[in-house]
Structures are given as C-alpha cells and as structure tokens.
Design a protein around this ligand. Sequence first.
Ligand SMILES: [Fe+2]
Length: 188
Amino acid sequence: MSIAAGLSLPTPRRPEAADVPAAAGRAAVGGWRRVAGAALVAVAESLGGVARSWPGMVDPACRRWDRMVASPALEAWVIAWPPGGAVELHDHGGSSGAVVVVAGELTETSVVHRGRRRPVLATTTIRPGRPVHFSGHHIHDVVNDGDVPALSVHVYAPRLTSMTYFRMTDGAVEAESTARFPGTPAVP
Ligand SMILES: [Fe+2]
C-alpha cells in the first residue's frame, strides 16, 4: 500500500465541500510532522490526475489557485501558472510542504542559508516526475520561466496559517510582511 493510500484521502471536491475525513485527520494530527517529505509528495502526486481537470485552470491569464483538500492538519492546492507567473520570496509559516508539477515546469529559487551578508541560494527545476518537498523553515520563490502554462499541486502540513514575504536587500534576506490566515483559506 502506498503512503498516500494509507492516509485514505478523499476524492477532492470544490473548497466549500472539501474536507478530510475524521480518520485521515486523526492520522495526520497524530504524526504528520514526523512523516517524511516523501509522504507529502505522495499525497500531491495522488491528486495530480484530478488537478489536470480542475475547473478554471486551463490557459490562465494570471496565476490562479484553488484549494482541493482541507483540514487543520493538511491542505492541498492546485495552482495554474501562465508563462512568467511568479510568487515572491516567502515562507510557509512553519508548515512543511511538497510541490508536484503535472504540466509545464517551474523554477524554484530557495534560500539555503540566510547568512548576514551573503545568503546562499539554490535553483531547482520542478517538472513532472521531479517533485520537491521542504521543511517548515523553507524560504523560496517560484516562477514559470517557460513559454507554456504550468500546473502544480502543493500540499502543506499542517495547513497554512501564515506566510511571511521577504526581500533581498544588499544581499541580505529580510522579512517584509506577513499575511495571516487564522480561519480563512491562504493565498498560496
Ligand atoms: Fe511556497
């Protein structure tokens, strides 16, 4: 049995109806933070097929997103990226995450080490079959550098409750603003 199958995630529906059954929620709350990033990737991959037919995600004029699955312990988003679509440098408020690209490709720039004067950055191409996962301390930006739209599934555990945005100033990574999502869906 795969990791994702073991979690008994439901077939995702539109956000107003989406919820992880109590059993899956208890499993997540019981040990989600200790589950390897591979488990988050497995969940994201299990949603890839549904993401391809998710309403409103074809040929986006701007970056678009929708929440596929939601519980306090875990949430999953589908995001459509037009060529040039991007999100600024940000963290995930302590949530771990995984990103699976199901169409096109994305370029991720991660802050490996913030440092005081010279942060260390790493660039990764995320494409079908080459997912990424990250801890709750991860800071990155993501852009569709390609000339065709991209489609991705993002899984966060626990669900996003805040995101801090950063800027590069004289080579340093400095926090600029924090968006909080106490009881409302995030803006992933
Ligand atoms: Fe992110």
